[in-house]
Design a protein around this ligand. Structure first.
Ligand code: ARG
Length: 502
């Protein structure tokens, strides 16, 4: 394959022949590198400004380099860059293009004191830190949507399930607030991940540093990194932060898939608790009556991608020796895919939650007279009738059976039913009033008695929503600060480059 640089490709001086076409196509990373195209230009710009400040690249050469880099950036932004498999990667393409434009005396200086090994990992981290912030924003938007709907439905009674069976009375607000909390934990994981991603490997060289008098603190500052990824062997060899990103994505997707499972079940005609907005539903090619919650099914299906990506990355990096190896090139493809997948799924879920119809009347339908009140009945007897919890539990179970045999409901129980059961099971005389039974079997009143911290009692749910809402807002402020720190650093880098190339 013909190369624009005088003789053969940039990095093959030691080799007599080029890759054959098939091997070139197999070996190149140019396709996945498109995502780090501008990051690579930023990385090189910062590196070369630092080299200039260190007295390594003279003013004249720096001007030529920075102008050439800016020209490539503009061409890229106009959509005019195409890179073929004759380039191993974007790094080779950019260095080759610069040299072609300004000659090898000046252009040949851009790679002084660095290697593609520290360069690529720097580029990936520059991109990933922004991706992490974008996923954080999408996560916080979903937290917001869940908290808003939870506030609306803090009083909407519904059954809570364990083993898919009626368990206790709760509220839709408590349910939605629980998922907001789960996603808020995912957000905290992302915030911690960000700190580990935003460290600078540039200047680590191929693996063991460089004898050129570089200044790693300066490129750290120029690129808006929070710290230096110090040890040159670690900085170039490690991809644990990529595995961590994939694992946060996998956990988040797993969390979404559980929310999805509930929404899907509750969208059935049998439940009818919720109905997706039309924008999130599909219909059938033959069954005209259909409203399929297929978007949410698809989202649940895409959880498989996230788990697959995590396993891919863990496997790619298992047992590879220390020091850059080409295996690591594969990290990018998988990482980009799972970041995009997670991002879109969060956005779709936020839209679906914000717009779905929640039907309090359908939620309430199974609540009245539900056997889920049996816990309440047992606890009320333990609290107010002087019985141990296990005695109350057995009496309540006896009353459940009695009620079932009558084809009745718990709220129809009479005091004499309770006293008869206590007498028969424990030879105990208990004092039970109708008011006590009513108190124990009325869903709304019983919810008021759910005094434990974190329970679905509406006041408690509202307290949690206030406090956790404040935490979400705090997380958003931190996210905005991180974004603007990055923006400021990059604006400054570009302004410095513009000044130095003028
Ligand atoms: N294309 C490579 C990657 O994506 C860049 C680093 C190549 N380094 C090397 N020594 N071949 O990982």
């Amino acid at each position: 394959m013909a190369k624009p640089v005088t003789q053969g490709s940039l990095f093959r001086s030691r080799l007599a022949k080029e890759f054959d076409d098939k091997t070139a196509a197999f070996h190149t990373s140019v396709n996945e590198d498109l995502r780090i195209f501008e990051d690579d230009i930023n990385c090189t710009t910062a590196h070369d400004i630092m080299l200039h400040e260190q007295g390594i690249i003279p003013t004249k050469e720096l001007k030529l380099i920075l102008s050439a880099l800016e020209g490539i950036r503009q061409k890229w932004r106009r959509g005019e860059v195409t890179i073929g498999a004759e380039y191993e990667d974007v790094h080779e393409y950019i260095e080759t293009t610069v040299i072609k434009q300004i000659g090898i005396e000046a252009g040949g200086m851009i790679h002084t004191g660095r290697s593609r090994n520290d360069q690529v990992v720097t580029d990936i981290k520059l991109r990933l830190r922004e991706d992490v912030l974008n996923i954080s924003e999408a996560t916080l938007n979903l937290v917001d949507a869940l908290q808003r709907r939870a506030t609306e439905h803090a009083e909407s009674l519904m059954i809570l399930y364990t083993h898919g069976q009626h368990a206790q009375i709760g509220t839709m607000g408590a349910y939605l607030s629980s998922h907001a909390d789960i996603l808020l934990r995912d957000q905290r994981r992302l915030a911690e991940l960000y700190a580990r991603v935003n460290t600078n490997p540039l200047g680590a060289g191929p693996v063991g540093g460089t004898s050129i008098n570089i200044n790693r603190k300066r490129t750290t500052e120029l690129l808006g990194f929070d710290a230096i990824h110090e040890n040159s062997i670690d900085a170039t060899s490690s991809r644990d932060w990529a595995m961590e990103a994939a694992s946060v994505c996998a956990i988040t997707m797993g969390d979404l898939s559980r929310l999805a499972a509930d929404i899907l079940e509750w969208s059935t005609v049998e439940f009818g608790y919720v109905e997706l907005a039309d924008e999130y539903a599909s219909s059938s090619s033959i069954m005209p009556q259909k409203k399929n919650p297929s978007t949410i099914e698809l989202l649940r299906g895409k959880t498989g991608e996230a788990y697959g990506a995590l396993v891919e990355l863990l496997t790619m990096e298992k047992g590879v020796p220390t020091g850059y190896v080409q295996d690591l090139q594969e990290t990018k493809l998988t990482l980009w895919r799972t970041l995009d997948n997670t991002q879109i799924c969060l956005e779709i879920m936020a839209g679906a939650v914000a717009t779905m119809k929640i039907k309090p009347e359908r939620l309430a339908r199974p609540v009245q007279g539900n056997f889920a009140m049996a816990v309440e009945l047992a606890e009320t007897l333990a609290n107010d009738a002087g019985l141990s919890f296990r005695e109350s539990y057995k009496i309540a179970a006896d009353l459940v059976n009695l009620t079932i045999s009558r084809g009745s409901t718990l709220d129809k129980l009479k005091p004499e039913d309770v006293t008869a059961s206590a007498e028969r099971l424990y030879k105990k005389k208990v004092k039970v009033t109708q008011a006590l039974i009513d108190k124990a079997t009325d869903p709304k009143k019983s919810l008021q008695r759910r005094v434990s911290l974190g329970s679905p009692r509406p006041e408690e749910v509202k307290r949690m929503l206030r406090e956790h809402g404040a935490e979400a807002a705090e997380q958003r402020t931190k996210l905005d600060e991180r974004r603007s720190r990055l923006q400021t650093a990059l604006d400054k880098l570009h302004a410095t480059a513009a000044r130095l190339s003028a």
